[in-house]
Design a protein around this ligand. Structure first.
Ligand SMILES: [Zn+2]
Length: 266
């Protein structure tokens, strides 16, 4: 069968399987080329490759458990409970965080060392959870990498060729770009999640200010793959002001973060 014909069949099969889906963050209907099951399959397939390319996991189970416990608090209040969320800290020195479809979320050593409080960590993880829930990653992968290539690495049997494809795509996945609109939604949706999980929402504002300041010194990876919308902290502050929050009762967790992460990384 020629390649073009196979692609047509694949696209047809996918349009039957997937089609449109409602984005729970915006309530809008979006064309989705992948089903949620495929999101999970893709995430599961690519997660080990991403870990490998980013220097592996930080070899400290206490740090991993802490990151995961903060992440699970956010995941529990998200719009999509069917994904099995997993939060992993990676050795890479870049200042970055990113997500794979289906709930695989990563944060780097460089980012962990740039943060000061648990609320800031929650802000970064909430931003990534929102990308997963809105299925921005799956969308970006299917349009920017190509759905045929993407699925060829998932559906076909494990061959050396498959392994090569996964390795090559791993690099591309880390340079996926989202639209400004997606970023704004991930910020504001993530803000709602962190508030629902009991965190001080200014943690996210502080993150954005910190990243913007670091970015003045050198390009920050998180901001290069996430085209920064203008006035991030301004629209976050504005959104916080419209909500009824008893700030003294929210979690900041500076000591907790220092003990659980900073002191162990240094
Ligand atoms: Zn983002």
């Amino acid at each position: 069968m020629n390649r073009h014909f196979r692609l047509m069949i694949l696209v047809f099969a996918l349009s039957l399987a997937a089609g449109c889906a409602t984005n729970p963050i915006t309530g809008e209907t979006e064309l989705m080329l992948l089903s949620e099951d495929q999101d999970v399959q893709i995430g599961r397939q690519y997660a080990p490759e991403i870990e490998k390319q980013m220097g592996g996991r930080i070899p400290d189970q206490a740090i991993q458990n802490y990151i995961n416990s903060v992440g699970q608090k956010i995941a529990r209040v998200s719009h999509n409970q069917s994904f099995k969320y997993e939060f992993t800290a990676l050795q890479d020195k870049s200042v970055n965080a990113f997500a794979l479809p289906g709930g695989y979320i990563f944060i780097t050593r460089g980012m962990l060392l740039s943060l000061q409080t648990e609320a800031q960590l929650a802000g970064i993880l909430a931003h990534e959870v929102t990308h997963v829930v809105a299925r921005d990653v799956a969308n970006a992968m299917s349009t920017q990498i190509g759905i045929e290539l993407l699925l060829s690495a998932v559906t076909s049997e494990k061959t050396p060729q498959t392994a090569l494809t996964v390795a090559q795509l791993g690099t591309q996945i880390m340079s996926l770009r989202f639209s400004r609109q997606d970023e704004r939604e991930a910020d504001l949706g993530g803000l709602d999640y962190m508030i629902a999980a009991g965190y001080n929402p200014y943690g996210m504002v502080e993150c954005m200010d910190m990243l913007a300041a670091l970015n003045e010194q050198r390009p920050i990876e998180f901001l290069s793959t996430h085209p920064a919308p203008e006035n991030r902290s301004a629209y976050l502050k504005q959104s916080i002001m419209t909500k009824q929050i008893s700030l003294p009762n929210t979690i900041i967790g500076k000591e907790e973060y220092t003990t659980a992460v900073r002191s162990r990384l240094n």
